[in-house]
Design a protein around this ligand. Structure first.
Ligand SMILES: *[C@@H]1O[C@H](CO)[C@@H](O)[C@H](O)[C@H]1NC(C)=O
Ligand SMILES: *[C@@H]1O[C@H](CO)[C@@H](O)[C@H](O)[C@H]1NC(C)=O
Ligand SMILES: *[C@@H]1O[C@H](CO)[C@@H](O)[C@H](O)[C@H]1NC(C)=O
Ligand SMILES: *[C@@H]1O[C@H](CO)[C@@H](O)[C@H](O)[C@H]1NC(C)=O
Ligand SMILES: *[C@@H]1O[C@H](CO)[C@@H](O)[C@H](O)[C@H]1NC(C)=O
Ligand SMILES: *[C@@H]1O[C@H](CO)[C@@H](O)[C@H](O)[C@H]1NC(C)=O
Length: 548
């Protein structure tokens, strides 16, 4: 049974009894008794009994100071030094041999202290945080209301009606908030109200505000490269970036513990620093980004190496064909152990990638002539361009050499025609070729007129600085020799033929003339005969000369 129920029950019984016997009432004023703890309260016990002999009093465990009553049927007392948090006050009157008692509960309160809000740390966007508001030593706690606010928005209201304690209680109110960007700069307050109505005791305190500081930094920063290869004193711009940062990100880039000068882009999301180092080695590059209370880092390794130009030495740059050439490609001392060398002659690889010093040997061949010998150095890791030694131009020397194709052993000429003696020699330096026969010399390749005297065997000598090669060429000259006897015979035959032809013609001509003469004589005779006959047959009327 609740303690408050007993006086109520008593009251009900008294009222009921009063109704039955005589009607008078007993009141306590004020009806709600609240007093500051340790303080004093004045209260009045009053009855409606009209009997002047009626007696009444106030019953309490506290020191009671009786005060003069203002009228009949009233008892006024002042209770002092109220140190009980809750106590019962009884008020009774006897009237017409009846006794009526009413009771009231005297509640002691403590003036409300200011609520205290726990400091709110900087909060990441999306992060949950429990706001804690404490109100110390609250009595009576059931009349307390605690309101947590963000700006003008009420986040949480806590009440304690069901708490029965009368003694002071430390109150803690919590509320979980999730930080948003727009909360930046908002104030969180905790208001505590102790409302002891219907008395006019009312407290209203508000904690000092906590300003929200919200930041957003969800991801680690990114460095452009995680492995950076740098030549000593080579400079490279490395950027470190964040995707989201609120408020502005504070960048710091350091190489081997030393901060580097930075250039931050306008959007504030990227910082660029020039990285370089004078010493060889592996150094740590750290990008630290601070946003609000949060610091995130990203690391990269900077490999600094010395990358000098390789030096190439060859036993000779003018080797003789077929001889062995040796060489060495070296890097000056103090170079990085990660460097490799390769030696090439034109498209041919003479020594594959290997560490310095790289020694090599090969047999010089004709195809190596006029190529360039180069030693290249490369860094094993990273995509750095190679470095090349000063090239060595090769000139492969060779003895003169002739063969059937370049210098055919048998060559046919025709007398009187322009011809050339074909004989070429290979070799380096280019051999000089000369051919001679019986003291006559011919330069191969030059045009000249063939005579039968050229027939025979030429000895051709090809020579250069290294030596001489020899070879024979048999030359055939085709010609047509004219026969004197044959010509004489032919001339005689021709003359004979002419003579015979002349004689034959002469005979023929005479005969022809004779025939023509006799023909004419015969014609003339015949004409005479005709004329004669005409003279005899003149009457026929035929005119002379009408004959064809
Ligand atoms: C009030 O009461 C307390 C304890 O009951 C006592 O120690 C104190 O002296 C009293 N004060 C006065 C002013 O009577
Ligand atoms: C205090 O709170 C209780 C419970 O809510 C209520 O009944 C009462 O009227 C309030 N006032 C006082 C002075 O007790
Ligand atoms: C508490 O006090 C503030 C000003 O200090 C006032 O604005 C507010 O209305 C008061 N609240 C109550 C419930 O009295
Ligand atoms: C790095 O960037 C700065 C500023 O943009 C520029 O002046 C500098 O030449 C750059 N350095 C290199 C090595 O690219
Ligand atoms: C290689 O050649 C350089 C000049 O090109 C010369 O200084 C050096 O002594 C040579 N080294 C060897 C081992 O021959
Ligand atoms: C040159 O002439 C000779 C003899 O007349 C003949 O045997 C040879 O085949 C000819 N050679 C060429 C290349 O014509």
């Amino acid at each position: 049974m609740r303690p408050a129920a007993l006086p109520l029950l008593l009251c009900a019984v008294t009222v009921l009894a009063g109704r039955l016997h005589a009607s008078f009432e007993v009141f306590i004023e004020p009806p709600v008794l609240v007093v500051e703890h340790g303080g004093a309260v004045r209260l009045k016990c009053r009855t409606t009994c009209q009997d002047p002999s009626a007696t009444g009093d106030v019953e309490t465990s506290f020191f009671k100071h009786r005060l003069e009553a203002s009228g009949q049927g009233e008892t006024v007392v002042e209770l002092r030094n109220i140190t009980e948090w809750s106590s019962n006050i009884l008020c009774f009157y006897s009237c017409n041999k009846q006794r009526k008692t009413v009771s009231a509960t005297l509640i002691a309160y403590r003036p409300l202290e200011q609520a205290v809000l726990e400091p709110v740390p900087q909060l990441a966007v999306g992060e949950s945080h429990e706001l804690v508001c404490r109100v110390p030593r609250v009595a009576p706690v059931r009349n307390l209301t605690v309101i947590l606010r963000r700006g003008a928005t009420t986040l949480h209201t806590a009440t304690f009606e069901l708490r029965a304690e009368n003694k002071p209680q430390d109150v803690e109110v919590t509320h979980v908030v999730t930080a948003r960007r727009e909360d930046q700069g908002q104030s969180i307050t905790c208001q505590a109200l102790l409302d002891l109505r219907p008395s006019n005791v009312h407290f209203n305190t508000t904690s000092s505000p906590q300003v929200l500081d919200v930041y957003d930094f969800p991801e680690d920063p990114k460095l452009e490269m995680s492995e950076i290869y740098l030549e000593t004193d080579e400079k490279i711009n490395i950027s470190c970036s964040v995707r989201q940062a609120f408020p502005a990100a504070l960048f710091e880039l350091s190489l081997a513990g030393h901060p580097l000068p930075l250039h931050v882009t306008e959007d504030g999301l990227r910082a660029v620093a020039e990285v370089s180092h004078a010493q060889q080695g592996k150094f740590g590059l750290v990008c630290s980004v601070r946003v609000g209370p949060k610091e995130r880092q990203k690391q990269a390794s900077v490999h600094v190496y010395s990358f000098p130009q390789p030096q190439l030495n060859v036993s000779t740059s003018v080797p003789m064909e077929g001889t062995e050439v040796t060489g060495r490609c070296v890097l000056p001392p103090g170079h990085s152990p990660d460097l490799q060398l390769q030696v090439t002659a034109g498209p041919r690889v003479l020594a594959a990638w290997g560490p310095s010093p790289l020694v090599f040997a090969w047999t010089a061949s004709e195809e190596d002539d006029d190529t360039k010998l180069v030693c290249e150095a490369r860094m094993r890791a990273g995509n750095k361009p190679t470095k090349r030694s000063t090239p060595v131009g090769l000139s492969v020397t060779a003895l003169p050499r002739m063969d059937d194709r370049s210098c055919p052993p048998s060559q046919n000429w025709t007398e009187g025609e322009e011809v050339t003696l074909r004989c070429q020699a290979r070799g380096n330096p280019r051999p000089h070729v000369a051919c001679d026969k019986d003291g006559t010399s011919i330069t191969p390749g030059l045009r000249h007129v063939a005579t039968r005297a050229h027939s025979g065997t030429f000895r051709c000598r090809a020579s250069n600085a290294l030596g001489t090669a020899e070879r024979s060429i048999t030359v055939w000259v085709q010609y047509h020799d004219v026969d004197v006897v044959l010509i004489v015979v032919l001339v005689l035959v021709a003359l004979g033929a002419l003579v015979i032809a002349g004689v034959v013609y002469g005979i023929y001509y005479r005969k022809k003339k004779m025939r023509e003469y006799q023909l004419q004589k015969q014609q003339r005779r015949m004409e005479m005969e005709r004329l004669r006959s005409e003279e005899t047959v003149g009457i026929n009327g035929s005119a002379p000369g009408s004959q064809p």
